[in-house]
Design a binder for this molecule. Sequence first.
Ligand SMILES: O=C(O)CCC(=O)C(=O)O
Ligand SMILES: [Fe+2]
Length: 637
Amino acid sequence: MQGSADSEYTYDWRSTWGPESRRRSDRRGELAGDWRSPSPGHRDARDTSTGLIPTDYGDDHYVAANMKIASHPGHYMNHEASHLINPLSVEYWASLPGQVRDQAFAFEFEQGHVLAAVEWKDRGDGMGVQRLSLEAKVNGEWQKLSTWEAARKPVWQVHKMTMSMRSSLWRLTFLQNHGDENHLVVQAVRFVIKLQKTEPAHNVGYPQKITRQIWGDRRFTDVEVICGEQHFPVHRAAILPARAARQQEELVQHNILDRSPGQPPKTMVTAASWIREPFIWSSPAARAYRLPLLRPMFANVYANCAKFRRKRVAVDSVISEEEARVYTHDAKDAHGDPLFQIDEMFGVDAECSTAFQDWPDNPLNQEIPDRIRFLIRRHFSEKRPLHLVGAMLRRTRPGGECGYDRGPTICHVDKANISYYDYSAILYLSTKGTDFEGGQLAFNDPCRDELVEPRLGRCVMFASGPHHLHQAKAVTSGTRMIMAMWYSLNCKLHGEQIHMVCEVVLGHKYDIPGLVEYAAPVALGNINPENCVSQVRILRAYHDDERLGPVFEALLNKIHESPQIFKSVCETQKARLHLACTALPDGLALVTTKALVTAMSDSLIRCCAAPRRQGNPTIKANSSQVTVLNTMLHVAV
Ligand SMILES: O=C(O)CCC(=O)C(=O)O
Ligand SMILES: [Fe+2]
């Protein structure tokens, strides 16, 4: 991974999920990638008072960013600019006479992150920095964030950020340096970022972004896609989402950009009036799409589909004011952190909750999606099971430029972002005209936009596919809040999740920055009895790999921790294990008799099936049972 050769700040997989990671937190110091304690190779290791960071962020999700210096002022005595962020270096010095004031360094992360703190270390001899100033690059502009005084003491100093700004490029300026006018001495600088918690219900526009990167950079290929005269070398994992993204672009072209002269937008449902009965209408019939090719393209991409694909339904009073207040008043997550983070995908003026699990702790989190599931069933005559596969709170404030390709929410098809979405629902938590202005939901149909005005408690439901290219219009004043939910007909989501595991492996094999870090927690968060065996199959080839080994280990831990998944592995693998045992090498004599295997796996299944003790999801299995299980996972699968 980029920067790993000269940086010890590697990512600790074990810190990102599960109760197991908390239990293991006492082992953090042993891990080579642990940024909180200096490694033995670190020359400061002698001096623990300066080697440790004085501030405890109190959470495993804070890590030092992997970063490189994108630009620097360019004058150094004895040292390279990179010493500033190299933990093996003792100190960074600048300067030539006259070059010592206000030295600006731009630091680049591998991807956009929310910055939690800037840390730097001084030598304490008066030659360090007096003040620092920080900027972030947002939408191509440097945005000034804060300026603060430095203590000039020989310890790590910390400046904590108060706002959730996300960027991949940051500029730190050392202002009014030192006493002797000739030198600036800063021993080290590091940026602490907050990693997002990734959970199954985490809706991310990220897969599409990664796919674009894979597609755009052609980082690795094993398939050639021929499109007219053009040949695109790609990897097969990238084809499906890349096609969806391209088709979405074509829809935008056809529905909006080629719309000439176009009719004025029509407001279908206003905020001022309460709709007593559900308001139901349809997107234009297929013949209104002047390019008939567009529709079948989507049909090939997605297997499952909603019934009544053109239907749009708006229902009022789905939640009360009091219920909405649970989400709008206390914008803190379950851990007390700010609930909303800048949503890079949708522009700087839109902020999102990171995960369903982070919402304010309230039974409503279950109740609201259930109510909406019921409404979808009723209005779309849907008898098949509907699984909530994505949920997100979004807060939008004025400031963004609204357009078809940028702005508060870009013009999009939900299914092109996440292909297993079948039904979309947007629940409004605030009202246009009372809480904010602008912010209508627009369905961008081929002839015109159809608008729905947000009203607290109003829920708009539609199929997630290409009949509903849509966007939220810019908020011109006030604060708009929504809860978006997505449901899938795919009960196993098997393909999609295996795809995530494939992305882990591909990201690793082809060294795609950020892909492993993103895909591994999602894949592990999505593990279920149906897909666990396949996940093991894909990852076990990397069990002794430096980078993916810990991911595989975490996968095994997950399997051990969940009685359901554990049972599923035992059951589905029993037959295979019998076969495998006949061919086991001598070293695995422990499980060589079929009778023993049967007894072991039967008892494992029994103990998995036993009622789960509250608060303790661990399996009570003796060590030989665990050996059997591990053998199953490694050999028989
Ligand atoms: O905010 C809205 O009205 C639309 C949101 C949306 O389309 C989405 O989150 O996918
Ligand atoms: Fe959407």
